[in-house]
Design a protein around this ligand. Structure first.
Ligand SMILES: *[C@@H]1O[C@H](CO)[C@@H](O)[C@H](O)[C@H]1NC(C)=O
Ligand SMILES: *[C@@H]1O[C@H](CO)[C@@H](O)[C@H](O)[C@H]1NC(C)=O
Ligand SMILES: *[C@@H]1O[C@H](CO)[C@@H](O)[C@H](O)[C@H]1NC(C)=O
Ligand SMILES: *[C@@H]1O[C@H](CO)[C@@H](O)[C@H](O)[C@H]1NC(C)=O
Ligand SMILES: *[C@@H]1O[C@H](CO)[C@@H](O)[C@H](O)[C@H]1NC(C)=O
Ligand SMILES: *[C@@H]1O[C@H](CO)[C@@H](O)[C@H](O)[C@H]1NC(C)=O
Ligand SMILES: *[C@@H]1O[C@H](CO)[C@@H](O)[C@H](O)[C@H]1NC(C)=O
Ligand SMILES: *[C@@H]1O[C@H](CO)[C@@H](O)[C@H](O)[C@H]1NC(C)=O
Ligand SMILES: *[C@@H]1O[C@H](CO)[C@@H](O)[C@H](O)[C@H]1NC(C)=O
Ligand SMILES: *[C@@H]1O[C@H](CO)[C@@H](O)[C@H](O)[C@H]1NC(C)=O
Length: 878
């Protein structure tokens, strides 16, 4: 049943939060953890290496706890324990002293204990199997005693301890070391006995169970003999255990199915409900078979649950299934090697079966599941059964038995029925066939007959159905259908015809292609009740709005791990959708349609919506500011918002901290950009139209400059305090030049000037990647003492160059009180009629340096550049 619960939990996509009771530190030196849960007060000192037990007990005495209390004091290296040390612990209900070094208890240790019911002494050094060992110190109040994991001295024959004075003892856990289990001084009392050797520290070796082994345990209800190296069971073994309900024989890898006839014989006299006969074969060997003989008496028992997994079963003898009792509701056949056979036509003979676990059919030979003590190979012939005297294998009896069950046929030969339609057990609810080793293309319908009205959960995940066009069913009441990781490339239009389905898992398939094709993407049309749809990891790039049009009840859509760039799914019909998981996709934004729909749905459902957008490429830009602001406003609705990243237009990645610092400025930032663009347009068009336009045109650089500056101030950029101080600048000069003159800059300007300790700002090298060019230019001009324009015809042709010149001119005019921070170097003769007016005027009003190639003039030129005091070009402040 545990497996069932895990499977169900895995399928339920909604997270359940567990409320934990408050834990605080306590005990000696606050080494332990205390809490109060619904079992009472718990002090957990497990593995805390507390030096003395008496410290813990006196700490407990100091608390006011008098009611039921639990002390976990395992793994602390306690040695001998006596009454003095336990003073203070007398009110305990549960005491765990497992995994210590205790070898002795004082005789009166527990004398004053009045509540102790559960005592765990497993894995200590007590010699409990020595005949002279006395359990007299144990308090009579005990109902549960855990005494397994003790080392055995093999010099003497082990003898089970005499626990006869523990009159209330009901549950005992012990190592099983001989089949002479004469512990029977507890006759009519012990209800639960575990001799299991399954945990790594316990031992169990009981090769044979005879009719005398448990002779005196007549009231036993639950018997655990797992991993006990069992080899045989005799027919009368359980015959007298009338109250036996649960029997665990698993992991007795030398038992095989040989003794099953005897086992099933004995169970007839018990009250058995649950039998675990899993892992009864060695790791190596060919597939096994189960014969009628093996479970011959089982029809006459009250078994409700059978676990028979991990037995390499390939095949059931035809008509064996008829012998399964009507009481059976759950069967776990996972981890076998079931192959097709006529027995599959008889599954409906399990008339009351509710839960069928048949997954993991490939695991029998998993290399990691090698058990060192099981290497012994099994005999190749596994029909090593003794001749049977069981009267229930005859054809007439089986015929009769089958006739008494509805829809159960005795099969003489298999040829008469077609396998393509199967009789399901009538009441079957839960079918787990994950990793069942099914590798088929399901091209035509596979009919289940009669209608499997009770099937609620069907798990076919981790099989291989490349093409799944046919329908498997019908299952009129199915709620959960799992076909994840089935390599499905093609789904039929009718395949998912399950109007009652609530959870559909289709993750890890290859449905991206089909969903991108609007003619074939209409596969969810009948899923009107669907609540959760998982399409994660399907290679989806495009989704069509029409694909999800019927899913009015869908609340949770998982589209993670796809490659979706544009999400356009929300139609007015997805009125219940609240959660979309989109992590790991390539989305730039979420459309306002989807955003408003999510908000509306949340209001309508009186709930909250949720989105997961981790690992996408969300744009951080003006065009996307609606979405970005919305995101910031709704960050509490985002799953793992702190992991989000944003992409700036220049490719840089913005993290959430940065995002949150910057988002409030985004609107202002974008507004001034817009204004700038608008004003430029006006400037250009006005030149053609009106005189006013002409004026604006005249002052356009000034306008641009002022706009820029005002924006910078708005953003809080610190203006450099004194423009005449050298320390105020990062560079001595910003070189403004046309791309065509780059060689001149590289070969001449940079080497010559930088050799003279003149620091230069050259855009190729010093501009910050990622910033807007215009911003970089302004910053370069402002952080440089001078701007040197290398004037050529190419310079005049370049828009950005003219921008640089004009911005430097404005800087000179408006920020530096016309101090001559702009210097023009005429690289070649530029005809005046080619120059724009501003430049002409500048050259006339100020002066310029002329460059020449002739050697003498050239030297002079560089001298002038470096030292010319007249221009105060680069003179260092002394
Ligand atoms: C318990 O209380 C006594 C006095 O009330 C004190 O001396 C002792 O240290 C306390 N022990 C612990 C473990 O707190
Ligand atoms: C109980 O054990 C402690 C330490 O193990 C020891 O100091 C003390 O003397 C013992 N008391 C009795 C009564 O044996
Ligand atoms: C047990 O309780 C009795 C009576 O309260 C007391 O005299 C005795 O000292 C206690 N024994 C121990 C070991 O604490
Ligand atoms: C018990 O038997 C094992 C081997 O069967 C042996 O190695 C070990 O020494 C024996 N222990 C004692 C205490 O005799
Ligand atoms: C077990 O102990 C009780 C006393 O507690 C005694 O009467 C009985 O004989 C013992 N049984 C065995 C088999 O030693
Ligand atoms: C146990 O089995 C033996 C034969 O295997 C039989 O003689 C004996 O009567 C049986 N004991 C009980 C209590 O059934
Ligand atoms: C039997 O004991 C083993 C080891 O403690 C445990 O894993 C298993 O669940 C037990 N079986 C039952 C039916 O409780
Ligand atoms: C079945 O039980 C009978 C009688 O108790 C015994 O003789 C026989 O060996 C058992 N068979 C197996 C395979 O253990
Ligand atoms: C959708 O869900 C609502 C409420 O959960 C339910 O009443 C309704 O029947 C569902 N619709 C369908 C078609 O299942
Ligand atoms: C909405 O839900 C809240 C708590 O989840 C609840 O207190 C409130 O009453 C609900 N309102 C309506 C109209 O259902």
């Amino acid at each position: 049943m545990g497996r069932l619960h895990i499977a169900v939990e895995c399928m339920v996509l909604f997270v359940i939060y567990e409320t934990l009771s408050k834990i605080y530190t306590c005990g000696p030196d606050n080494q332990c953890e205390c809490s109060t849960d619904n079992h009472g007060f718990v002090m957990d000192c497990d593995g805390k290496i507390v030096s003395r037990l008496s410290d813990i007990c006196s700490a407990i005495r100091n608390t006011s706890i008098k009611s039921t209390a639990i002390l976990k004091a395992g793994r602390n290296n306690f040695r001998n324990v006596n009454a003095t040390e336990l003073v203070g612990c007398e009110s305990l209900y549960t005491l765990e002293l497992n995994f210590n070094q205790i070898s002795e208890f004082g005789k009166d240790s527990f004398k004053n204990f009045s509540n102790l019911e559960i005592l765990d002494l497993s894995r200590n050094n007590i010699q409990i199997f020595k005949p002279e060992w006395s359990a007299a110190f144990l308090p009579e109040t005990l109902s549960t005693l855990i005494l397994d994991g003790f080392t055995v001295d093999n010099s003497s024959i082990p003898s089970y301890p005499n626990l006869s004075h523990l009159r209330k003892l009901q549950t005992l856990k012990l190592d099983g070391l001989s089949d002479n289990f004469d512990i029977g001084k507890h006759t009519n009392r012990l209800k639960e006995l575990s001799l299991s050797g399954l945990s790594f520290y316990s031992h169990c070796s009981i090769p044979h169970i005879s009719n005398s082994t448990f002779r005196q345990l007549l009231s036993i209800v639950k018997l655990n003999i797992s991993s006990c190296s069992l080899r045989s069971i005799s027919a009368g073994a359980f015959e007298q255990l009338y109250h036996l309900e649960v029997l665990d024989l698993s992991f007795n890898r030398k038992l095989g199915f040989r003794s099953f006839e005897n086992l099933s014989y004995g169970l007839q006299f018990t009250n058995i409900r649950s039998v675990n006969i899993s892992y009864l074969h060695t790791t190596f060997g060919i597939g096994t078979r189960l014969f009628k003989q093996d479970i011959c008496y089982l029809w006459n028992t009250s078994v409700e649950e059978i676990a028979i997994s991990g037995n390499r079963i390939m095949y059931f003898e035809t008509n064996t299934v008829i012998l399964l009792p009507e009481s059976l509701t759950t069967i776990d056949m996972s981890e076998n090697e079931i192959t097709f056979g006529p027995f599959l036509l008889q599954t409906s003979c399990m008339t009351n079966l509710r839960i069928f676990l048949g997954g993991l059919q490939h695991l029998a030979h998993h290399p990691y599941r090698y058990f060192a003590d099981d290497t012994e190979e099994e005999p190749t012939c596994n029909n090593d059964r003794m001749p049977s005297r069981c009267p229930f294998m005859h054809e007439t009896f089986l015929n009769q038995l089958a006739a008494n069950k509805s829809q159960c046929n005795y099969l003489q030969s298999a040829g008469k029925k077609t396998l393509r339609s199967s009789d399901f057990p009538k009441y079957l609810q839960f079918v787990d066939l994950h990793e069942g080793n099914f590798i088929y293309n399901l091209l035509i319908d596979y009919d289940i007959k009669p209608n499997a009205n009770f099937v609620k959960v069907l798990d076919l995940s981790n099989n291989i159905f490349n093409i799944f066009i046919g329908q498997f069913g019908p299952f009129p009441n199915i709620e959960v259908f799992n076909i994840s990781r089935c390599y499905i490339m093609q789904l039929g239009q009718n395949t998912l015809n399950y109007p009652s389905l609530q959870i559909l898992r289709l993750d890890k398939n290859y449905l991206g292609d089909q969903l991108a094709d609007s003619l074939r993407s209409n596969v969810f049309a009948t899923l009107i009740s669907l609540k959760a749809l998982n399409l994660s990891a399907n290679g989806i790039t495009i989704l069509h709005t029409s694909t999800f049009v019927s899913l009015t009840n869908l609340t949770h859509l998982d589209l993670s791990y796809n490659n979706i760039g544009i999400l356009d799914i929300m139609t007015s019909s997805l009125i219940s959708l609240l959660k979309i998981d989109l992590h790991v996709n390539s989305l730039h934004t979420i459309t306002s349609d989807i955003r408003t729909s999510l908000e509306m749905n949340a209001i309508r459902r009186n709930s909250t919506f949720g989105l997961d957008l981790q690992n996408n490429s969300l744009d951080y830009s003006c065009e996307n500011q609606d979405f970005l602001n919305w995101l910031n406003e709704h960050k509490s609705n985002m799953n793992a918002f702190e992991m989000y990243v944003f992409r700036l237009s220049d490719g840089r990645i913005m993290d959430v901290t940065w995002f949150q610092n910057d988002i409030s400025y985004l609107a202002g930032n974008c507004r001034s950009y817009t204004l700038l663009i608008v004003l430029c347009c006006i400037g250009i068009s006005s030149a053609l139209v009106t005189v006013v336009g002409g004026v604006i045109y005249r002052h356009r650089w000034k306008l641009r400059y002022l706009l820029f500056m005002s924006r910078k101030r708005f953003f809080g950029y610190r203006r450099l305090p004194d423009y005449t101080l050298k320390e105020s600048y990062i560079f001595d000069a910003f070189i403004s030049y046309a791309e065509d003159n780059f060689r001149f800059i590289l070969d001449e300007v940079i080497p010559k000037l930088e050799a003279e300790n003149v620091s230069l700002c050259v855009h190729q090298r010093d501009f910050q990647a990622g910033k807007a060019i215009s911003e970089n230019i302004i910053e370069a001009i402002q952080s440089s003492r001078k701007t040197i324009v290398i004037l050529s015809e190419a310079y005049l042709d370049s828009k950005w160059c003219m921008y640089e010149f004009n911005m430097a001119r404005m800087e000179n005019l408006y920020s530096r009180e016309d101090q001559g921070c702009l210097l023009i170097v005429m690289l070649e003769k530029v005809p005046h009629n080619k120059m724009p007016l501003e430049m002409l005027r500048w050259i006339q009003e100020n002066s310029y340096i002329e460059y020449t190639n002739e050697p003498e003039g050239n030297t002079m030129f560089w001298d002038k550049m470096v030292t010319a005091k007249k221009f105060n070009v680069f003179a260092l402040q002394d």
